[in-house]
Ligand binder design. Structure first.
Ligand code: SF4
Length: 397
């Protein structure tokens, strides 16, 4: 892919650069690496922990060695939207609010069904790639405030591989009173999680399969992701887990049972979202997921003792499984339809109003009065992702 990049390269002549050259320019020295005894650089931003020689790239393609240092993505976004926080999905963090969500380019995995492959598979798939838009952390946070967002979230591609940039943005966001989050594949190291933790509140992990063989097809190992889940919980991020149920790939009774049992073994209070696959990218043979498939997954969650199970992205088709119920008295505490909050009953102290059971999460201090409720068809259409394009005029495009 060749892009016209009038602002990259500090030249007064329009320069034709490849996307790789543009991205290599939009970098800074990383923090998450060390020099090995043989002079190569060991990156710790994800569990691959690539050993990178002179002039070489890591598996993600966007972190690379130059002049003895590890260069990492900096100063741009590859995608930008203001999304309902329920789209991340975070169901236990300020329901009904919005999250300014930025994506970068590249990924440390190569899932055949990736819905964001245009950005995630940049520099790996010649058909992928999006023009980077230059931006500063202050500008991103100003956009979040202008949009009325309560969160700034790194998503769409794998945020671990751009952790240094995310921290720069999140420091600014925290200073402005916003919450922050990662939407991640969980292929993490302790080093990267400890690095982002002071600036990151919420963390969503895709638990894509319980088969090591399948995980290797996607580009990592099962144990790396399970350890990522353990560490994210141990370090005190607000954690929610998603399993995209893909017929014929990860939907066997054994895998769904194992996923639910694993999550429950960490904590039965971790919300588990089971969501519906649709054909995308290179995975076009598998059937789309039905509501019945999701409800079968829900039963494994219930049998494992999980307290907060959600069947996602088939609004109105999964009975009560879009809602949050009190695990003690079963009172419905949050009623949802898709991204719309229909009712909210959790107390300002974060408890069930009937029996007083503590409901884990980050709740609005004003309780119901602080939650934007919807009830009409108009609300359904209003509460959708909104593209955000008001970046600086020197957008690289
Ligand atoms: S982020 Fe992961 S894939 Fe990229 S260079 Fe670092 S260890 Fe390798």
């Amino acid at each position: 892919m060749v892009l016209t990049a009038p602002t990259v390269g500090a030249t007064d002549m329009e320069t034709r650069l490849t996307l790789a050259e543009i991205l290599d320019h939009l970098t800074a020295e990383g923090a998450l690496y060390e020099r090995a005894a043989d002079g190569r650089l060991r990156c710790h931003a994800c569990a691959h922990q690539c050993l990178i020689g002179a002039g070489r790239r890591g598996i993600c393609k966007v972190r690379f060695e130059r002049d003895g240092a590890l260069r990492v993505p900096w100063g741009y976004v590859g995608a930008l939207q203001c999304d309902p926080v329920e789209k991340k999905p975070f169901f236990h963090a300020l329901p009904g609010t919005d999250a300014l969500t930025f994506g970068m380019l590249g990924c440390d995995m190569h899932c055949a069904y990736c819905q964001n492959w245009i950005v995630s598979q940049t520099l790996r798939d010649t058909h992928a790639g999006a023009p980077p838009m230059r931006v500063t952390p202050k500008e991103l946070v100003a956009l979040a405030k202008a949009q009325g967002a309560r969160f700034v979230v790194s998503s769409y591609n794998e945020p671990l591989i751009t952790a240094e940039w995310a921290v720069a943005v999140f420091k600014e966001a925290k200073a402005q009173g916003l919450l922050t989050g990662f939407v991640s594949n969980g292929n993490a190291t302790r080093a990267v999680l400890e690095y982002i933790r002071p600036w990151t509140d919420c963390y969503k992990i895709d638990l894509k399969t319980m088969s090591d063989r399948s995980y290797r097809q996607l580009g990592t190992t099962l144990e790396h992701v399970l350890e990522g889940v353990r560490m994210v919980h141990e370090l005190g991020f607000w954690l929610e887990i998603v399993t995209l149920v893909v017929p014929g790939f990860n939907d066997s009774d054994a895998e769904l049972h194992d996923a639910a049992q694993f999550i429950a073994s960490i904590s039965p209070d971790i919300p588990w979202h089971v969501t519906a696959f649709h054909k995308d990218y290179k995975m076009t043979e598998n059937d789309d997921t039905t509501a019945a498939d999701l409800l079968r997954a829900v039963e494994f969650g219930r049998a494992a003792g999980l307290r907060y199970i959600y069947a996602g992205n088939l609004p109105g088709c999964v009975g009560p499984w879009e809602d949050t119920r009190c695990p003690t008295c079963q009172r419905t505490l949050i009623r949802r339809y898709g991204y719309v909050i229909l009712d909210y009953q959790i107390t300002p102290a974060g408890a069930c109003p009937d029996c007083g059971t503590h409901i884990p999460g980050i709740w609005p201090p004003g309780g119901r009065a602080d939650v934007r409720l919807g009830e009409t068809l108009f609300d359904l259409f209003r509460r959708v992702p909104r593209p955000v394009s008001r970046l600086r005029s020197d957008v690289v495009s």
